[in-house]
Design a protein around this ligand. Structure first.
Ligand SMILES: Cc1cc2nc3c(=O)[nH]c(=O)nc-3n(C[C@H](O)[C@H](O)[C@H](O)COP(=O)(O)OP(=O)(O)OC[C@H]3O[C@@H](n4cnc5c(N)ncnc54)[C@H](O)[C@@H]3O)c2cc1C
Length: 375
Protein backbone atom coordinates (compact mmCIF):
# COMPACT_ATOMS: atom_id res chain seq x y z
CA UNK A 1 0.00 0.00 0.00
CA UNK A 2 1.23 3.56 -0.66
CA UNK A 3 -0.08 6.60 1.13
CA UNK A 4 -0.63 9.29 -1.52
CA UNK A 5 0.10 12.42 0.51
CA UNK A 6 3.63 13.76 0.17
CA UNK A 7 4.83 15.31 3.41
CA UNK A 8 7.45 18.05 3.52
CA UNK A 9 9.70 16.06 5.86
CA UNK A 10 9.79 12.49 7.17
CA UNK A 11 11.78 11.76 10.34
CA UNK A 12 13.08 8.32 11.26
CA UNK A 13 13.57 8.11 15.03
CA UNK A 14 11.73 10.32 17.52
CA UNK A 15 14.09 10.26 20.49
CA UNK A 16 15.97 13.35 21.64
CA UNK A 17 17.07 14.62 18.21
CA UNK A 18 14.08 13.42 16.20
CA UNK A 19 11.47 14.85 18.59
CA UNK A 20 13.36 18.17 18.63
CA UNK A 21 13.47 18.19 14.82
CA UNK A 22 9.77 17.35 14.59
CA UNK A 23 8.96 20.22 16.96
CA UNK A 24 11.15 22.77 15.20
CA UNK A 25 10.07 21.82 11.67
CA UNK A 26 6.38 21.78 12.50
CA UNK A 27 6.55 25.16 14.19
CA UNK A 28 8.20 26.52 11.06
CA UNK A 29 5.04 25.44 9.26
CA UNK A 30 6.32 22.30 7.56
CA UNK A 31 4.19 19.20 7.16
CA UNK A 32 6.05 16.56 9.17
CA UNK A 33 5.61 12.82 9.58
CA UNK A 34 7.77 11.01 12.14
CA UNK A 35 8.31 7.33 12.90
CA UNK A 36 9.62 5.47 15.88
CA UNK A 37 10.15 1.77 16.40
CA UNK A 38 8.87 2.15 20.00
CA UNK A 39 6.73 4.69 21.86
CA UNK A 40 9.12 7.43 22.96
CA UNK A 41 10.15 8.30 25.56
CA UNK A 42 11.35 4.72 26.07
CA UNK A 43 14.28 2.94 27.70
CA UNK A 44 15.89 1.10 24.76
CA UNK A 45 18.02 3.84 23.21
CA UNK A 46 20.02 6.78 24.59
CA UNK A 47 17.51 9.16 26.15
CA UNK A 48 16.35 7.51 29.38
CA UNK A 49 17.49 7.38 32.99
CA UNK A 50 15.76 10.38 34.66
CA UNK A 51 18.55 12.94 34.35
CA UNK A 52 21.00 14.52 31.91
CA UNK A 53 23.69 17.09 32.64
CA UNK A 54 23.63 20.48 30.96
CA UNK A 55 26.81 22.54 31.42
CA UNK A 56 28.24 25.62 29.79
CA UNK A 57 32.03 25.59 30.40
CA UNK A 58 32.30 22.86 27.82
CA UNK A 59 35.52 20.92 28.36
CA UNK A 60 35.23 19.03 25.07
CA UNK A 61 35.60 22.17 22.89
CA UNK A 62 34.65 25.87 23.11
CA UNK A 63 32.77 25.44 19.81
CA UNK A 64 29.86 23.97 21.78
CA UNK A 65 29.42 26.98 24.07
CA UNK A 66 27.22 29.15 21.78
CA UNK A 67 25.12 26.05 21.11
CA UNK A 68 24.63 25.25 24.76
CA UNK A 69 23.78 28.88 25.46
CA UNK A 70 21.06 28.67 22.84
CA UNK A 71 19.95 25.33 24.32
CA UNK A 72 19.44 26.91 27.76
CA UNK A 73 17.07 29.44 26.16
CA UNK A 74 15.27 26.75 24.17
CA UNK A 75 14.70 24.44 27.15
CA UNK A 76 13.27 27.36 29.12
CA UNK A 77 11.03 28.21 26.19
CA UNK A 78 9.84 24.60 25.99
CA UNK A 79 9.08 24.71 29.73
CA UNK A 80 6.89 27.75 29.13
CA UNK A 81 5.12 26.21 26.14
CA UNK A 82 4.54 22.85 27.79
CA UNK A 83 3.94 24.04 31.34
CA UNK A 84 6.41 21.36 32.51
CA UNK A 85 9.55 21.76 34.61
CA UNK A 86 12.42 20.36 32.53
CA UNK A 87 15.66 21.98 33.77
CA UNK A 88 16.87 22.47 37.32
CA UNK A 89 19.87 24.70 37.79
CA UNK A 90 22.32 23.24 40.34
CA UNK A 91 25.67 24.60 39.25
CA UNK A 92 28.41 22.24 38.14
CA UNK A 93 31.91 21.19 39.14
CA UNK A 94 34.51 19.71 36.82
CA UNK A 95 37.13 18.10 39.04
CA UNK A 96 40.56 16.64 38.30
CA UNK A 97 44.24 17.28 38.71
CA UNK A 98 45.59 20.53 37.21
CA UNK A 99 46.42 19.91 33.56
CA UNK A 100 43.73 17.24 33.08
CA UNK A 101 41.56 17.50 29.95
CA UNK A 102 38.44 18.07 32.04
CA UNK A 103 39.77 20.90 34.18
CA UNK A 104 41.82 22.62 31.50
CA UNK A 105 39.13 22.16 28.84
CA UNK A 106 36.39 23.61 31.05
CA UNK A 107 38.62 26.50 32.10
CA UNK A 108 39.60 27.17 28.48
CA UNK A 109 35.97 27.27 27.30
CA UNK A 110 35.06 29.56 30.19
CA UNK A 111 37.92 31.92 29.37
CA UNK A 112 37.35 31.94 25.58
CA UNK A 113 33.67 32.81 26.05
CA UNK A 114 33.99 34.96 29.18
CA UNK A 115 31.77 32.63 31.21
CA UNK A 116 31.16 33.10 34.89
CA UNK A 117 33.32 30.50 36.66
CA UNK A 118 35.81 30.06 39.47
CA UNK A 119 38.66 27.72 40.28
CA UNK A 120 38.33 25.87 43.60
CA UNK A 121 41.00 23.96 45.50
CA UNK A 122 40.21 20.53 46.95
CA UNK A 123 39.76 22.12 50.37
CA UNK A 124 37.37 24.76 49.00
CA UNK A 125 35.32 22.07 47.22
CA UNK A 126 35.06 20.03 50.42
CA UNK A 127 34.10 23.07 52.47
CA UNK A 128 31.43 24.16 50.04
CA UNK A 129 30.04 20.72 49.14
CA UNK A 130 30.74 18.36 52.04
CA UNK A 131 29.57 15.25 50.14
CA UNK A 132 32.31 15.70 47.50
CA UNK A 133 35.72 14.34 48.43
CA UNK A 134 38.43 15.38 45.97
CA UNK A 135 41.98 14.15 46.48
CA UNK A 136 44.32 16.88 47.86
CA UNK A 137 45.99 17.62 44.51
CA UNK A 138 42.67 17.95 42.65
CA UNK A 139 41.03 21.24 41.70
CA UNK A 140 37.60 22.07 40.32
CA UNK A 141 36.12 24.46 37.79
CA UNK A 142 32.88 25.75 39.27
CA UNK A 143 30.24 27.02 36.87
CA UNK A 144 26.97 28.32 38.27
CA UNK A 145 24.80 27.79 35.21
CA UNK A 146 25.00 23.99 34.94
CA UNK A 147 22.05 21.85 35.87
CA UNK A 148 19.89 18.82 35.33
CA UNK A 149 17.49 18.06 32.49
CA UNK A 150 14.71 15.45 32.74
CA UNK A 151 15.19 13.57 29.45
CA UNK A 152 11.93 11.63 29.34
CA UNK A 153 9.92 14.78 30.12
CA UNK A 154 11.94 16.75 27.53
CA UNK A 155 11.27 14.20 24.77
CA UNK A 156 7.58 13.98 25.72
CA UNK A 157 7.28 17.79 25.67
CA UNK A 158 8.98 18.08 22.27
CA UNK A 159 6.68 15.40 20.84
CA UNK A 160 3.62 17.09 22.30
CA UNK A 161 4.61 20.44 20.79
CA UNK A 162 5.30 18.76 17.44
CA UNK A 163 1.84 17.21 17.53
CA UNK A 164 0.30 20.57 18.35
CA UNK A 165 2.14 21.99 15.33
CA UNK A 166 0.44 19.39 13.15
CA UNK A 167 3.14 16.70 12.94
CA UNK A 168 1.92 13.16 12.35
CA UNK A 169 3.78 10.88 14.78
CA UNK A 170 3.68 7.16 14.16
CA UNK A 171 4.88 5.10 17.14
CA UNK A 172 5.68 1.37 17.21
CA UNK A 173 6.20 1.52 13.48
CA UNK A 174 9.84 0.73 12.62
CA UNK A 175 11.15 1.96 9.29
CA UNK A 176 12.70 -0.93 7.39
CA UNK A 177 14.28 1.11 4.58
CA UNK A 178 14.11 4.35 2.62
CA UNK A 179 14.98 5.46 -0.88
CA UNK A 180 15.75 8.92 -2.19
CA UNK A 181 15.09 10.39 -5.62
CA UNK A 182 15.94 13.93 -6.68
CA UNK A 183 12.86 15.55 -5.21
CA UNK A 184 11.21 12.84 -3.15
CA UNK A 185 12.02 10.21 -0.57
CA UNK A 186 10.10 7.00 0.08
CA UNK A 187 9.98 5.57 3.60
CA UNK A 188 8.94 1.94 4.08
CA UNK A 189 7.51 0.41 7.21
CA UNK A 190 5.74 -2.93 7.64
CA UNK A 191 2.45 -1.08 7.21
CA UNK A 192 2.93 1.32 4.33
CA UNK A 193 5.14 3.33 1.99
CA UNK A 194 5.19 7.02 2.85
CA UNK A 195 6.57 9.85 0.78
CA UNK A 196 8.13 13.16 1.69
CA UNK A 197 10.24 15.79 -0.01
CA UNK A 198 13.06 15.48 2.53
CA UNK A 199 14.19 13.02 5.17
CA UNK A 200 15.81 13.23 8.60
CA UNK A 201 17.55 10.16 10.00
CA UNK A 202 17.79 10.53 13.76
CA UNK A 203 17.81 6.88 14.75
CA UNK A 204 20.50 7.11 17.44
CA UNK A 205 22.25 3.80 18.05
CA UNK A 206 20.26 2.24 15.17
CA UNK A 207 21.59 4.70 12.58
CA UNK A 208 23.86 2.11 10.96
CA UNK A 209 20.92 -0.14 10.05
CA UNK A 210 19.35 2.76 8.11
CA UNK A 211 22.54 3.54 6.19
CA UNK A 212 23.47 -0.01 5.19
CA UNK A 213 25.63 0.97 2.21
CA UNK A 214 27.87 3.27 4.21
CA UNK A 215 30.84 2.10 6.22
CA UNK A 216 30.14 4.16 9.30
CA UNK A 217 33.03 4.54 11.72
CA UNK A 218 30.64 4.56 14.68
CA UNK A 219 31.03 2.68 17.94
CA UNK A 220 27.96 1.80 20.00
CA UNK A 221 29.07 1.80 23.62
CA UNK A 222 27.20 0.19 26.51
CA UNK A 223 26.94 2.47 29.56
CA UNK A 224 25.50 1.65 32.98
CA UNK A 225 23.76 4.12 35.29
CA UNK A 226 23.40 3.39 39.01
CA UNK A 227 21.18 4.97 41.67
CA UNK A 228 22.39 4.80 45.28
CA UNK A 229 20.54 5.47 48.49
CA UNK A 230 22.88 7.84 50.37
CA UNK A 231 24.55 6.09 53.29
CA UNK A 232 24.70 9.39 55.20
CA UNK A 233 24.18 13.18 54.73
CA UNK A 234 21.03 12.57 52.62
CA UNK A 235 20.01 16.25 52.88
CA UNK A 236 23.34 17.37 51.42
CA UNK A 237 22.48 15.58 48.16
CA UNK A 238 19.41 17.74 47.48
CA UNK A 239 19.65 19.84 44.30
CA UNK A 240 19.84 22.98 46.48
CA UNK A 241 23.04 21.70 48.11
CA UNK A 242 24.70 19.41 45.58
CA UNK A 243 25.78 20.41 42.06
CA UNK A 244 26.28 18.08 39.13
CA UNK A 245 29.86 16.86 39.32
CA UNK A 246 32.27 15.38 36.77
CA UNK A 247 35.57 13.81 37.70
CA UNK A 248 38.64 12.89 35.70
CA UNK A 249 40.80 10.51 37.70
CA UNK A 250 43.61 7.99 37.23
CA UNK A 251 44.63 10.07 34.16
CA UNK A 252 41.88 9.21 31.70
CA UNK A 253 38.86 7.82 33.54
CA UNK A 254 35.68 9.90 33.82
CA UNK A 255 33.01 9.58 36.50
CA UNK A 256 30.00 11.79 37.19
CA UNK A 257 27.14 12.25 39.58
CA UNK A 258 23.90 14.12 40.15
CA UNK A 259 22.14 15.46 43.19
CA UNK A 260 19.31 13.28 44.45
CA UNK A 261 16.37 14.30 42.26
CA UNK A 262 14.02 11.95 44.11
CA UNK A 263 15.13 8.49 43.00
CA UNK A 264 18.51 8.34 44.77
CA UNK A 265 21.97 9.61 43.89
CA UNK A 266 22.76 8.72 40.29
CA UNK A 267 26.42 7.90 39.58
CA UNK A 268 28.09 6.53 36.46
CA UNK A 269 31.28 6.32 34.45
CA UNK A 270 31.52 8.34 31.25
CA UNK A 271 32.94 6.05 28.52
CA UNK A 272 34.98 2.93 29.30
CA UNK A 273 32.01 0.71 28.40
CA UNK A 274 32.07 -2.31 26.13
CA UNK A 275 31.39 -2.02 22.38
CA UNK A 276 28.06 -3.52 21.40
CA UNK A 277 25.15 -3.34 18.95
CA UNK A 278 21.49 -2.54 19.50
CA UNK A 279 20.65 -6.20 18.87
CA UNK A 280 23.29 -7.73 21.11
CA UNK A 281 23.54 -5.28 24.01
CA UNK A 282 23.55 -6.87 27.49
CA UNK A 283 20.69 -5.20 29.32
CA UNK A 284 21.43 -6.86 32.66
CA UNK A 285 24.03 -5.42 35.04
CA UNK A 286 26.58 -7.53 36.91
CA UNK A 287 27.62 -7.26 40.54
CA UNK A 288 31.14 -6.45 39.33
CA UNK A 289 29.82 -3.40 37.49
CA UNK A 290 28.02 -2.22 40.62
CA UNK A 291 31.19 -2.76 42.67
CA UNK A 292 33.27 -0.72 40.20
CA UNK A 293 31.07 2.33 40.51
CA UNK A 294 30.78 1.76 44.26
CA UNK A 295 34.58 1.95 44.49
CA UNK A 296 34.58 5.31 42.66
CA UNK A 297 31.78 6.52 44.94
CA UNK A 298 33.75 5.46 48.03
CA UNK A 299 36.68 7.50 46.77
CA UNK A 300 34.95 10.68 45.58
CA UNK A 301 31.39 10.79 47.00
CA UNK A 302 31.61 8.49 50.04
CA UNK A 303 28.31 9.57 51.61
CA UNK A 304 26.46 8.36 48.50
CA UNK A 305 27.61 4.81 48.99
CA UNK A 306 24.54 3.17 50.48
CA UNK A 307 22.20 0.56 49.02
CA UNK A 308 22.03 0.32 45.22
CA UNK A 309 18.46 1.16 44.24
CA UNK A 310 18.66 0.53 40.49
CA UNK A 311 21.08 0.03 37.60
CA UNK A 312 20.11 0.64 33.99
CA UNK A 313 21.87 0.19 30.64
CA UNK A 314 21.98 2.99 28.06
CA UNK A 315 23.81 3.44 24.73
CA UNK A 316 26.33 5.96 23.43
CA UNK A 317 26.75 6.30 19.66
CA UNK A 318 30.34 7.50 19.30
CA UNK A 319 32.09 9.05 16.32
CA UNK A 320 35.89 8.57 16.26
CA UNK A 321 36.57 12.17 17.39
CA UNK A 322 33.48 12.29 19.64
CA UNK A 323 32.08 15.34 17.88
CA UNK A 324 28.52 15.03 16.60
CA UNK A 325 27.45 14.13 13.10
CA UNK A 326 24.79 16.54 11.83
CA UNK A 327 24.97 16.92 8.07
CA UNK A 328 23.43 16.17 4.74
CA UNK A 329 23.83 12.62 3.51
CA UNK A 330 26.96 12.60 1.28
CA UNK A 331 24.98 11.27 -1.71
CA UNK A 332 21.45 12.63 -1.13
CA UNK A 333 21.13 16.34 -0.47
CA UNK A 334 17.50 15.91 0.60
CA UNK A 335 18.51 13.60 3.48
CA UNK A 336 19.96 14.91 6.75
CA UNK A 337 21.56 12.68 9.36
CA UNK A 338 21.45 13.94 12.95
CA UNK A 339 22.24 11.52 15.64
CA UNK A 340 25.61 10.19 16.63
CA UNK A 341 26.16 12.43 19.64
CA UNK A 342 28.97 10.53 21.35
CA UNK A 343 27.43 10.46 24.81
CA UNK A 344 27.05 14.22 25.29
CA UNK A 345 24.27 15.27 22.96
CA UNK A 346 21.10 15.46 25.00
CA UNK A 347 21.55 19.00 26.28
CA UNK A 348 21.78 20.23 22.66
CA UNK A 349 18.64 18.52 21.35
CA UNK A 350 16.61 21.70 20.64
CA UNK A 351 19.64 23.24 18.91
CA UNK A 352 20.10 20.10 16.82
CA UNK A 353 16.42 20.47 15.87
CA UNK A 354 17.13 24.04 14.74
CA UNK A 355 20.23 23.02 12.80
CA UNK A 356 18.32 20.22 11.06
CA UNK A 357 15.54 22.63 10.11
CA UNK A 358 18.08 25.18 8.81
CA UNK A 359 19.83 22.50 6.72
CA UNK A 360 16.52 21.36 5.23
CA UNK A 361 15.37 24.90 4.53
CA UNK A 362 18.73 25.87 3.03
CA UNK A 363 19.31 28.54 5.67
CA UNK A 364 22.67 29.41 7.14
CA UNK A 365 22.87 27.95 10.63
CA UNK A 366 23.84 30.33 13.41
CA UNK A 367 26.60 28.00 14.66
CA UNK A 368 29.94 26.69 13.50
CA UNK A 369 28.98 23.32 12.06
CA UNK A 370 32.39 22.34 10.70
CA UNK A 371 33.14 19.79 13.46
CA UNK A 372 29.81 18.08 12.76
CA UNK A 373 30.22 17.47 9.04
CA UNK A 374 30.35 14.01 7.54
CA UNK A 375 33.98 12.91 7.82
C1 LIG B 1 24.06 6.79 30.02
C2 LIG B 1 23.99 8.04 29.23
C3 LIG B 1 24.24 9.26 29.83
C4 LIG B 1 24.23 10.43 29.10
N1 LIG B 1 24.43 11.60 29.75
C5 LIG B 1 24.32 12.74 29.06
C6 LIG B 1 24.35 13.98 29.76
O1 LIG B 1 24.47 14.02 30.98
N2 LIG B 1 24.22 15.11 29.04
C7 LIG B 1 24.05 15.11 27.69
O2 LIG B 1 23.94 16.17 27.09
N3 LIG B 1 24.00 13.94 27.00
C8 LIG B 1 24.11 12.78 27.66
N4 LIG B 1 24.02 11.59 27.02
C9 LIG B 1 23.90 11.57 25.54
C10 LIG B 1 22.50 11.82 25.09
O3 LIG B 1 21.57 11.25 25.96
C11 LIG B 1 22.37 11.30 23.66
O4 LIG B 1 23.32 11.99 22.85
C12 LIG B 1 20.99 11.55 23.10
O5 LIG B 1 20.00 11.11 23.99
C13 LIG B 1 20.86 10.81 21.77
O6 LIG B 1 19.62 11.11 21.21
P1 LIG B 1 19.18 10.43 19.83
O7 LIG B 1 17.94 11.11 19.40
O8 LIG B 1 20.34 10.39 18.89
O9 LIG B 1 18.90 8.90 20.22
P2 LIG B 1 17.58 8.27 20.88
O10 LIG B 1 16.98 9.23 21.83
O11 LIG B 1 17.94 6.91 21.34
O12 LIG B 1 16.56 8.19 19.67
C14 LIG B 1 16.70 7.33 18.57
C15 LIG B 1 15.30 6.86 18.24
O13 LIG B 1 15.29 6.23 16.98
C16 LIG B 1 14.32 5.21 17.03
N5 LIG B 1 14.59 4.29 15.92
C17 LIG B 1 15.70 3.57 15.72
N6 LIG B 1 15.61 2.86 14.57
C18 LIG B 1 14.41 3.16 14.04
C19 LIG B 1 13.72 2.70 12.87
N7 LIG B 1 14.28 1.85 12.01
N8 LIG B 1 12.47 3.16 12.64
C20 LIG B 1 11.89 4.04 13.51
N9 LIG B 1 12.51 4.48 14.64
C21 LIG B 1 13.74 4.06 14.89
C22 LIG B 1 14.54 4.61 18.42
O14 LIG B 1 13.44 3.85 18.84
C23 LIG B 1 14.78 5.84 19.25
O15 LIG B 1 13.58 6.32 19.84
C24 LIG B 1 23.99 10.39 27.71
C25 LIG B 1 23.73 9.17 27.09
C26 LIG B 1 23.70 8.01 27.83
C27 LIG B 1 23.42 6.69 27.15
Amino acid sequence: MTTERTHDVAIIGLGAMGSASAFELSRRGLDVIGFDRYSPPHAFGSSHGDTRIIREAYFEDPVYVPMVQRAFESWRELERLSGTALLEQTGGLMIGVPGSDLVEGARHSAQVHGLQHSMLSAGEIRARFPVLNPEPEMVGVWEPRAGVLSPEACVAAQLEQARRGGAVLRFDEPVSRWEAGDDQVGVYTGLDRYSAKQLVISAGAWVGSLLPGMRLPLRIERQVLHWFEPGSHADSFSPEHCPIHLWQFDRDRFFYGFPDMGAGVKLAFHHGGESTTVDEVRRTVTITEVEEVRAAARRFVPAAEGRVLASVVCLYTNTPDEHFWIDRHPEHSNVVVASPCSGHGFKFAPVVGEIVADLLEGRRAGFDLRPFRWR
